[in-house]
Design a protein around this ligand. Structure first.
Ligand code: GLN
Length: 489
């Protein structure tokens, strides 16, 4: 099976506009690839061939008439937590197994109005809780670089689909790293925008003060192209910011000359894989060669980030997930004879182990007597973490760190030890607590052939700078046409 003819959304978009290829041809190619390869990767929970082909034909008509925008006719996969009207939305959970949303998320409406083609819905950890996609109630997605390994999570289906060329791009969501971590482990680009940059309307809530939707792509330019479309204020999401949306592709070429790059001591710690550390340090050197100035700095409250996150995220989750009662959505346990029994059985069977663990933790930290000691304290520490970053960004323009402490681990390696699993988010979680934009870009492959990611973080709404630094690095280390062997097999 041959490699895709176009490696990036940008190339694909040009070819579509030039008439070198049609959206129906491209969409057919991706649907065929899914048919042939997804039984090994298991990225998709739902494929919509008829819907996709219909959207592709419509896109082709617009392109012929000269009425296309840059993303018209480009296929994309969507994480199964972002609602598309009339298409099942499971969140990787049995409790939403039969849920078909009667409306679309704002990001979906925006993509629809550009005539993007939706290929289907992508696998994820149940309710986006996890770092390996092993918490999906339906299937374990595999890392296309080594099928014995996890793709990362919770947007593991999105990352694996893009890495295996089962879609040129995808949308993921990031509450504590779920876009950036799987992007790093699958060798693609993942961008978590500033909190409030992209509407969360129609995104099934996990932790509302942390969740953000973002693009997962094969290049930084592609991430900017997608952000151009999905960003912006939405009256249906009161936390989305009424700020203008710039053209994020503009200024990418300007380079890093004079840019101050902060390297936090706390992100190069014991336990980090030596190959990961080396690749990230080389990436820093590459930008230094490009004229950037490297500044050493400290983010002293980093050590509390994981604890803080697992209090705040679980507290919000326990409240958000209270709505699944067997009455309003999806699954209901049929054997129950009384209402209370129905609630209990539905929730006991509808939710998986990790989700139940989070609901219990969250309920505990919010309960009378513990609220002050845990939830309130965590909110105070969150402020300290935010202040660390505010101070750091007085000394630098972007911060560079590893995205993950290790490359992809083996399926089953951490499933018995939730704490070990939580630790894989150590470098990504702080950005969510502080609401900052972050991007992961491939910066190398281990000797065993596993991808390594470098993360760029910026001050709130500094996506243009974060993208410019990432793009500048990617230019020195292009990887968009680098695919796992499986793709050509
Ligand atoms: N792995 C983290 C968690 O399990 C982050 C998940 C996410 O970003 N959705 O909570």
């Amino acid at each position: 099976m041959s490699l895709p003819a176009y490696h990036t959304v940008r190339d694909l978009s040009r070819a579509l506009q030039d008439g070198a290829v049609s959206s129906t041809e491209i969409t057919r190619e991706y649907l065929d690839r899914i048919d042939r390869l997804d039984s090994q990767v298991k990225a998709y929970l739902y494929v919509d061939p008829d819907g996709a082909m219909a959207m592709a034909r419509e896109a082709d008509t617009l392109i012929r008439k000269g009425e296309a925008s840059p993303l018209t006719g480009v296929p994309i996969g969507i994480k199964d937590v972002i609602c598309i009207e009339g298409i099942p939305n499971t969140c990787g959970s049995k409790i939403l197994q039969n849920y078909v949303p009667p409306y679309s998320a704002t990001v979906i409406e925006k993509l629809k109005s550009e005539h993007v083609v939706f290929l289907g819905k992508l696998n994820m950890d149940e309710f986006a809780m996890g770092s390996s996609t092993e918490n999906s109630r339906f299937q374990v997605t595999r890392n296309p670089w080594d099928l014995e390994r996890i793709p990362g999570g919770s947007s593991g289906g999105s990352a694996a689909a893009v890495a295996a060329a089962l879609s040129p791009a995808a949308l993921g969501t990031d509450t504590g790293g779920s876009i950036r971590q799987p992007a790093a482990l699958c060798g693609i680009v993942g961008l978590k925008p500033t909190y409030g940059r992209v509407s969360r309307f129609g995104l099934v809530a996990f932790a509302s003060s942390l969740d953000q939707i973002g693009p997962m792509t094969r290049s930084v330019w592609d991430a900017a192209m997608l952000l151009n479309v999905i960003a912006g204020h939405d009256p249906k999401d009161s936390t989305s910011m009424p700020r203008e949306v710039p053209d994020y592709t503009e200024g990418l070429e300007e380079g890093v000359k004079g840019m101050r790059i902060g390297i936090p001591d706390e992100y190069f710690i014991e336990g980090i894989d030596p190959e990961v550390e080396k690749a990230v340090r080389d990436a820093i050197e590459a930008l230094k060669d490009g004229g950037a100035e490297v500044v050493r700095l400290s983010l002293p409250h980093t050590e509390y980030a994981i604890a803080t996150y697992y209090i705040i995220a679980t507290a919000e989750a326990s409240s958000n997930l209270a709505r699944y009662d067997g009455v309003r959505y999806g699954y209901r346990e049929a054997s129950a004879k009384a209402l209370k029994e129905m609630y209990e059985k539905t929730r006991s069977e509808g939710f998986g182990t990790e989700v139940k663990r989070r609901i219990m933790l969250g309920t505990y930290v919010l309960s009378a007597g513990y609220y002050e000691a845990y939830y309130r304290k965590a909110q105070q520490v969150r402020t300290l973490i935010r202040r660390d970053f505010a101070e750091a960004f007085e000394k630098c323009d972007v911060i560079m760190t590893p995205t993950t402490p290790t490359p992809a681990f083996r399926v089953g390696e951490k499933t018995d030890d939730p704490l070990q699993m939580y630790l894989s988010d150590i470098f990504t979680i702080s950005a969510n607590l502080a609401g900052l934009p972050g991007i992961s870009v491939p910066c190398g492959w281990t000797q065993a052939g596993l991808p390594i990611g470098v993360q760029f973080l910026g001050a709130t709404f500094s996506e243009p700078i974060v993208l410019r630094a990432a793009y500048s690095f990617e230019k020195r280390f292009p990887f968009a046409d680098r695919y796992p062997d499986l793709v050509a097999r």
